[in-house]
Write a protein that binds this ligand. Structure first.
Ligand code: MOS
Length: 725
């Protein structure tokens, strides 16, 4: 089905199941430990062996030789496979650095060997006996130093933008701000480390793994192994978080496959937590310069945003200026991004790549310029709202209710009680309020699904969509239930298996809208098949209460399915509605902090998010996404930072003891409000996404609250107490 005209009334609009607070259908499996995560797959007939990865201890250079003799003689060892053994491989389409293979070292903790043994402990012990002779090379590891060597990226993919005459308007503005902000390298730090099991059967391999994107992984694994994609069966039915770190094939799957081949046994490989920060990807650090000029009335006349980030050769930008092209009005504007070559581990997508660090900077800048212009920061944002793409005024937003989010949020949060910086003290705490806008684009990827209706009246949905903890199982069940007039418990959902139709996968907050749209399309096909079989008129056919009805005829769905059942399968494809209309999601974050007058320590006291993001498919799972994202934003504001050793070229704090993320107890009160919306431009579901929106802007709202509490303006994340005291 092609979605190329705005959605009209359809069965989803009934909202008897969709939009309802349905508890996770996979909740019991998870809470009782029966949901099988990658490393847990178990088959009593499978003689599993365990693979332990060895990471490079230099950041750049080549490997002269690897001595595996001692490791191979170690108790229980079945095989040792080194990067020299497998030789240089063709890289997957989505990987920047090599995952495994060849003598070149591109970053610290790059996988250079896997030791396979009867037990995990034997493999780990033997791995410590692998001796490597390196020939080190000088690398570039310091973004601040490399900034001046940064280059303009591919003009087609990431052009500089300019509208009007920025320099002139900025030079002539009554009120101006010119500040530089920095965001550090960040690590996904998801709960479940990367893990895979590989089992060969002749030239076919089955891989259980932890992947956000089944089809991307399968293609890239085929390329890396040098085998046909059809010979790979990939499964990832349950995933303990991804945050973008599992979008692209990682080394654990490659090591498991090579290890299993060499050992002649199925092999399990989990990346040890200390390898995750340097072996996998991270969110690259940014340096961002923002210039804003306004009139005395606080209206933006000029807005400019430049960002510098670094990555491996052939790598990509952290697109931190994206939101600045779209968020506020202003006739004179410019954005530019520059990329430096760094030999740190590969930078890549982490939850809301681009907008998350971009808003960390922009939304402090807005707080600063509002104060300079003497306008309340909520009012300032309302004053500078736009209903069209400010770079292309002929393109309206499909829906945009940032103003509504700000107004409602200010009212609910008690914004009017906010005082002057440093004016509110409660005991040892300086208390302050902060606000920031949230913005994230709505992305559309094709998504296919198959729905089988059985003689038992149960509909089974099959799609390779993944559930990274987001609630995909549940919203997909709700979609099929609504389309087929069945209760949710009459729908079975099977996900994360490469034998199923290719979905959008989980990423970019597109998963919910796109994958349910694919299920919608498959259900339309199934409804047609049912109607056709019964000889019903497709125009007036109604699916309701387990029955299919047309005119005065009514048949139970189970009966309609017949003994052989019926199948509907389709792929949702997207027309150019996203070209004619800018599709984005909006929100407003409000934060109250207390800052200890003696230590400078910041504590979150209250948080509120108001989101305008199209139809909310399930308020429970959507809320969970947003409160989790808000928590992540607090981490970004206060603690998260990969510390770079700029001499040796690696992230020093590569575990959860050194890389600090907030826990529930750090945030006593969180509230989320969803605005009533249904966007007919986004899909037949009229939904968008909230998983990344919930993070966007949060860290800046914390920063602005710290300023309001203390009068100290911090422009460099994380806002640790040494920067405040
Ligand atoms: Mo998201 S960073 O696209 O998983």
């Amino acid at each position: 089905m092609k979605f190329d005209t705005p959605a009209t009334t359809n069965p989803i609009d009934r909202m008897t199941v969709v939009g309802q607070p349905v508890a996770r259908i996979d909740g019991q499996l998870k809470t009782t430990g029966r949901a099988m995560y990658a490393y847990e797959w178990h088959d009593a007939n499978f003689p599993y062996a365990y693979g332990y990865p060895v990471g490079s201890s230099i950041a750049k250079g080549r490997i002269r030789s690897i001595d595996t003799d001692a490791a191979k003689r170690s108790p229980g060892v079945l095989a040792v496979v080194t990067t020299l053994d497998v030789g240089k491989r063709e890289k997957g389409k989505f990987n920047t650095a090599n995952l495994f293979g060849g003598d070149e070292v591109q970053h610290y903790h790059q996988a250079i060997a896997v030791v396979v043994a009867e037990t995990f402990e034997q493999a780990r012990a033997a791995a410590s006996l692998v001796k490597v002779d390196y020939e080190g090379a000088t690398g570039s590891f310091d973004l601040t130093k490399a900034k001046d060597t940064a280059v303009k990226p591919d003009e087609k993919q990431q052009p500089d933008t300019a509208v009007g005459d920025f320099e002139k308007a900025f030079g002539g503005a009554a009120v101006t701000l010119d500040q530089t902000y920095t965001t550090p390298d960040q690590s996904h730090s998801m709960m479940e480390p990367h893990a895979s099991i590989a089992a060969w059967d002749g030239d076919k391999v089955t891989v259980w793994t932890s992947s956000q994107m089944i089809d991307w992984w399968r293609s890239d694994l085929a390329t890396t192994l040098g085998i046909d994609k059809d010979n790979i069966h990939l499964m990832s039915p349950f995933i303990g978080g991804g945050f973008g770190g599992k979008l692209f094939l990682r080394a654990d799957a490659v090591l498991a496959a090579f290890g299993a081949k060499a050992a002649g046994r199925p092999v399990k490989v989990a990346l040890p937590r200390p390898l995750m920060a340097n072996n996998t990807t991270h969110r690259p650090a940014t340096i961002q310069r923002i210039r804003i000029g306004t009139g005395r009335d606080g209206k933006i006349q000029a807005i400019g945003h430049e960002s510098w980030s670094g990555d491996q050769p052939g790598g990509q930008l952290e697109t931190a200026v994206n939101q600045t092209r779209l968020l506020y009005a202003g006739e004179n504007r410019m954005t530019a991004m520059r990329l430096a070559t760094l030999d740190l581990p590969e930078g890549n997508a982490m939850r809301a790549p681009g907008e998350a660090p971009g808003l960390m900077a922009l939304e402090i800048a807005i707080d600063e310029i509002a104060e300079k212009a003497g306008v309340d920061p909520v009012e300032f944002r309302i004053l500078n709202d736009t209903q069209v793409d400010p770079e292309k005024p002929e393109r309206p937003f499909s829906q945009r209710n940032l103003v509504g989010c700000l107004k409602l949020g200010a009212d609910k949060f008690g914004w009017s009680q906010r005082g002057k910086p440093g004016s509110r003290r409660e005991g040892n705490w300086l208390v302050g309020l902060g606000v920031a806008a949230a913005f994230r684009n709505n992305l559309l990827l094709p998504s296919a699904a198959r729905v089988r209706l059985g003689a038992d009246g149960i509909a089974t949905v099959e799609t390779d969509m993944t559930d990274i903890g987001t609630g995909s199982y549940t919203i997909i069940a709700q979609t099929a239930a609504e389309m087929l007039g069945l209760p949710v418990d009459r729908v079975a959902v099977q996900l994360g298996d490469s034998r199923f139709p290719v979905s959008a996968g989980s990423g970019g907050q597109f998963g919910a809208n796109c994958s349910t749209s694919g299920v919608y399309a498959a259900c339309v096909k199934l409804r047609e098949a049912v109607a056709q079989k019964l000889g019903f008129n497709t125009d007036d056919v109604v699916f309701e209460n387990g029955q299919v009805r047309s005119g005065n005829r009514s048949v139970a769905l189970s009966e309609a399915a017949g003994p052989d059942g019926l199948v509907g399968e389709d792929n949702m494809e997207w027309g150019d509605l996203a070209e004619t209309h800018q599709q984005s999601t909006f929100g407003a974050h409000f934060v109250e902090v207390g800052v200890d007058v003696a230590t400078g320590e910041t504590r979150i006291r209250r948080m509120l998010a108001v989101c305008a993001a199209g139809r909310i498919l399930n308020p429970i799972t959507a809320r969970s996404q947003v409160i989790g994202a808000m928590t992540m934003g607090v981490g970004g504001a206060l603690s998260e930072e990969l510390a770079v050793d700029t001499r040796q070229g690696f992230f020093v704090n590569h575990d959860l003891a050194g890389y600090e993320v907030p826990v529930h107890a750090d945030i006593p009160h969180q509230e989320v409000i969803f605005m009533e919306e249904a966007d007919p431009m986004s899909s037949p579901m009229k939904a968008k996404g909230v998983g990344e929106l919930g993070l966007c802007g949060v860290s800046a709202a914390v920063a602005n609250a710290i300023y309001n509490a203390t009068g100290v303006r911090v422009r460099h994340y994380p806002m640790t107490l040494d920067k405040i005291i």
